[in-house]
Design a protein around this ligand. Structure first.
Ligand code: MRU
Length: 351
């Protein structure tokens, strides 16, 4: 399989298709989403993941619900309950609900499908624009150092987390296309290893030099001048510029701050939650099951296995996200441009 997009519509089978990200990098497999329950399960069990992709999948979920004659209000809430932190989920569901409100019953299914296609296309365009804006920052570092630009990233904010370009990886892909020499430090990102399993898979396919590092290595690399810039995504961004991303992002921001290294968050404006300002108090942090921590996916004899890495029934707390306050964010890269991580910065950009 030679995948280049994370979600697509198969016109012949008339089905929504996604890559099963739980199996990467070992097995490259796609699956069809045919019912609302399958779509909810795909988001909850992280067959699809990453804030923008969760939003696009939910948009298709509303189409699938209409096609299979499920009440759209029920579908809206069932999809909304799948993952609490990424605001793109609600953003996409609200767009589809509003369309349903003003659309004639006879055209509803086709209209929801067309709108899901539109949200998907816009996501591709958004990633490309984030890439173009972020490229300027990478170019500026290269112009100063004339050395390969070392970028540290956390989790997977790559094309697998969106439809095509990614958010944090979009400037990296654009810089690679522009022949700027790069090297990426990829945090493995326990417990689900999105860095080691997904970002490394993406960069490897793109031919971009990288090393996977343990989650605790970033601070050491920063102290020794081996990181020029930290570039991460965001699942929810407050109106005041706090960013919420995969657990461990905050520690990278602190280390970057202490070492005078720029820390940028790349995100589509659909990730901004204008209704909240204080990320620490107001963003719901997803807590996931203990098995993600107690077990590790291993690949043996062509099979993915779950291996226990600590005593069974070890008490575990599994917080999936953390908040980086705006004061530690050097800037926010969006499809509309780069701005200061502040209410003023975001509003200027937005309006
Ligand atoms: O739990 P996940 O894998 O959905 O978390 C994904 C992230 O934290 C990404 O960095 C975030 O969604 C930004 S995506 C472009």
């Amino acid at each position: 399989m030679n995948f280049s997009q994370s979600i697509w519509y198969d016109d012949i089978a008339q089905q929504v298709m996604v890559i099963d990200q739980r199996k990467l990098p070992f097995i490259e497999e796609s699956i069809a989403l045919t019912t609302l329950d399958e779509t909810c399960y795909a988001i909850k069990d992280m067959i699809v993941r990453g804030a923008p992709l969760i939003g696009v999948t939910a948009a298709y979920g509303m189409y699938i619900a209409a096609k299979t004659r499920v009440n759209l209000t029920v579908a809206y809430h069932q999809l909304l309950d799948t993952r609490p932190t990424a605001i793109n989920l609600k953003w996409a569901l609200d767009i589809q609900m509003e369309l349903a409100r003003v659309t004639n019953e006879n055209n509803l299914t086709e209209s929801l499908l067309a709108n899901a296609h539109k949200i998907r296309e816009e996501d591709i365009e958004m990633g490309s624009q984030i890439g173009d804006h972020g490229l300027k920052l990478i170019k500026a570092i290269y112009a100063k150092t004339n050395q390969p630009v070392n970028i540290l990233t956390h989790c997977n904010a790559g094309w697998l987390a969106t439809v095509k370009w990614g958010t944090a990886t979009a400037p990296i892909y654009k810089a690679h296309q522009a022949d700027i020499p790069l090297h990426v430090w990829v945090d493995e990102t326990r417990p689900r290893n999105q860095g080691a399993n997904l970002t490394a898979w993406e960069l490897n396919k793109a031919g971009i030099p990288f090393h996977v590092i343990t989650d605790n290595a970033g601070g050491h690399l920063m102290q020794h001048g081996k990181v020029d810039m930290v570039l991460v995504g965001s699942d929810r961004t407050t109106a005041a510029g706090d960013v919420c991303n995969k657990i461990g992002t905050y520690l990278k921001a602190l280390a970057a701050h202490a070492n005078n290294i720029p820390f940028y968050a790349a995100l589509p404006v659909s990730t901004i939650d204008w209704t909240i300002k204080d990320g620490l108090k107001e963003i719901p942090i997803e807590e996931r099951n203990a098995e993600e921590v107690t077990h590790l996916n291993t690949f043996e004899k062509s099979q993915i296995r779950k291996s226990l890495i600590m005593l069974k029934n070890t008490p575990v707390a599994n917080y999936a996200f953390d908040v980086t306050p705006a004061q530690y964010v050097t800037g926010i890269i969006t499809e509309k441009g780069i701005c200061e991580a502040s209410e003023e910065g975001l509003r200027k950009l937005y309006y």
